[in-house]
Design a protein around this ligand. Structure first.
Ligand SMILES: CC(C)(COP(=O)(O)OP(=O)(O)OC[C@H]1O[C@@H](n2cnc3c(N)ncnc32)[C@H](O)[C@@H]1OP(=O)(O)O)[C@@H](O)C(=O)NCCC(=O)NCCS
Length: 228
């Protein structure tokens, strides 16, 4: 879903396919490939404060940092993709979205053609669903959520805004994941549980009870630990 252009967008050029890629690291490569694999989108420019202007990421030109956003809008670029994975920097994706919203960009939903999204599922603006993932019946994926490769989100799950689901994470039916939480690679979450907001579930963890807000489940652990 793409936000409708506002009145200010009716003036000047408007390129409906052009997408600004914010961030030039590893996740940007994933996003550029994802844009190439979805119809109606084209990676028009990379925006990254740390890379030289004129260099390129995956064949897409770096046009500058945050200061370049206004010029992109003048060129008719109205869409942006948040290409900052932020795995080691909690809050990084959130601040990128805030910057892009302030600069007037809207965020397409991107779904890789090999992912399967049931028709009754709903995906909010800026969500990204990568290859070989499954979004089940009546599931809800929040704004800006990142569903990495090979993830299973089963029926009736509610995945909050800005959540990160790492490769191979599995959510059983009716799981709720609070905003900005992270579920690690290959972790499993049993049916009807809640992962709290900003919680971090480590790789390969087995979650069999609710995780509180800001909770941390260690990689490879069972949550809660079995009694001795
Ligand atoms: C975010 C992320 C780093 C979190 O990982 P994590 O599980 O919390 O933490 P680590 O991988 O650092 O592992 C912590 C420890 O658990 C161990 N561990 C990892 N997986 C384990 C498993 N399945 N079983 C047992 N132990 C495990 C590690 O060896 C490490 O041990 P150490 O502390 O003795 O060195 C990880 O999920 C990730 O890389 N996700 C993003 C994946 C990606 O590619 N994203 C694309 C770009 S956005």
């Amino acid at each position: 879903m793409t936000a409708l252009p506002g009145p200010e967008d009716l003036v000047g050029p408007y390129d409906p396919e052009a997408v600004a890629v914010f961030g030039g690291g590893g996740h940007a490569k994933q996003c550029i490939d994802l844009l190439q694999m979805t119809t109606g989108h084209r990676a028009a420019a990379v925006v990254d404060d740390t890379l030289p202007v004129g260099s390129s990421v995956h064949g897409v030109e770096v046009v500058g940092g945050v200061d370049a956003l206004a010029a992109l809008r003048v060129r008719g670029v109205r869409l942006a993709v948040n290409a900052v994975g932020g795995i080691f920097h909690p809050g990084a994706r959130e601040s990128v979205f805030a910057t892009l919203v302030e600069a007037g960009f809207a965020f397409p939903v991107l779904v890789h053609p090999t992912a399967w999204v049931e028709p009754s599922a709903a995906l909010a603006a800026g969500s990204q669903v990568f290859a070989q993932s499954y979004i089940g019946s009546a599931a809800r994926i929040g704004a800006g959520a990142l569903v990495n490769v090979g993830v299973i989100v089963n029926h009736d799950c509610v995945v909050g805004d800005m959540v990160k689901l790492s490769p191979g994470a599995m959510l059983a039916g009716e799981v709720a994941v609070g905003e900005s939480a992270l579920v690690g690679m290959g972790a499993t979450v049993n049916v009807r549980l809640r992962i709290g907001a900003r919680a971090r579930v480590g790789n390969g963890a087995t979650v069999v009870a609710d995780v509180p807000d800001d909770g941390v489940v260690r990689a490879g652990a069972r949550w809660p630990a079995r009694p001795e």
